[in-house]
Design a protein around this ligand. Sequence first.
Ligand code: AKG
Ligand code: FE2
Length: 393
Amino acid sequence: MWRSGTGAAVPLVATQRLCGCLALRGRPAAPGRRAPRPPGRVADAAGAGRSQRRSQCSRAQGLGAQGGEEFPLIDCGPLFSRRGSDAEVARAITIGTMRDALERRGFFYAAGVRPLPAEYIAEVYEYARKAHALPAAVKAAWVRPRGTYSGADVGDPELAYEKGTTSSARSWDYQRAQTAPYGYPAEDVLAPSFTSFLDALYCKQDELSRALFVAIAEMFGLEADTFSKHCAGDMGTIRLMYYPGFVEGERADAGITAHTDFEALTLMHQDAPGLQLIPRDTGTWVDAPVRPGEFIVIVGDVLERWTNGALRATPHRVVQTLHPRSSIIRFLAVHPETLIEPLPLFVSEACPRRYTPVTMRRHMETTLQQLEQGGGAWDVERNVSLTATREYT
Ligand SMILES: O=C(O)CCC(=O)C(=O)O
Ligand SMILES: [Fe+2]
């Protein structure tokens, strides 16, 4: 159904089995590229390599720095057009730069996302503002167990990723599979209706999703539809999130405590500071800058498991701020029955299988069950995700 064949003008493929523990050969170095690091989850590697990174950063194309930290910036324009040899070259360079960012940092800022221009994102924030401004009594009609709305304002706060913590986040969550009796606000409550507005956004995000999944397959020399063929009927979610800042009488340890997302990728947009990430190569928390025309793309559990750790899910959290903050989050998931297990390309004698097979549905259900039972999703002592590496029997 989706684009197939690479058509890349510059060979981007690796000619050997890949994993997080082998140096990669057989493709051109992306601008500013460094040798891949050995495996190790969120090890505290701060300091080591930092000055080297800074100097590379200043001369590299496509890399933006803020406060001495590097936030890879990818112009996704070339992923949406494929005509002519110049376009092929631009596409190949984009994919190479994206691979470097994902392997080394675990995230990038996406610019040039044609289906989601800044004016449209402003409209989404405005819609979210109206949805969050609905009276608590109205919102309370859409609380868990299915999680259409959650928030301390209706006595149903976000589930705790770090055990025992309380989150200040309020969220309207949209999932296509969501059915009665929960449903979503109709036009008489919120116009346009929640389903029609959010589904239109979902479709636009899907255009970026397809482009990213195809690019990620191509960067490893896999068939272009390796990941995207699993997206029909996906278990994705849009979250319209609101963090009120300081609220008299409301206790909150964080906006949202540390975790990795359970899906393949996450698209994030924020209108104010608060989001923090752990880049793979430094292992320490950094503030993610607010950039209105760009989306933050981070790796989730599913891509970590599929790539046997060649890509790692990016830990993130939202700190408790005094100012209010909104964000638009889209989890890019796959079909519930898709089996997630390390792909053969990433498994070898030198790089044995590190993750047990699990379907998308089971991974989601197990994780949510753990959260509902208060088990959390983050190992606070070891500072690692419990979900990315969870062993299934
Ligand atoms: O609000 C944000 O920026 C992050 C939200 C988040 O991490 C989540 O809902 O999983
Ligand atoms: Fe998240």
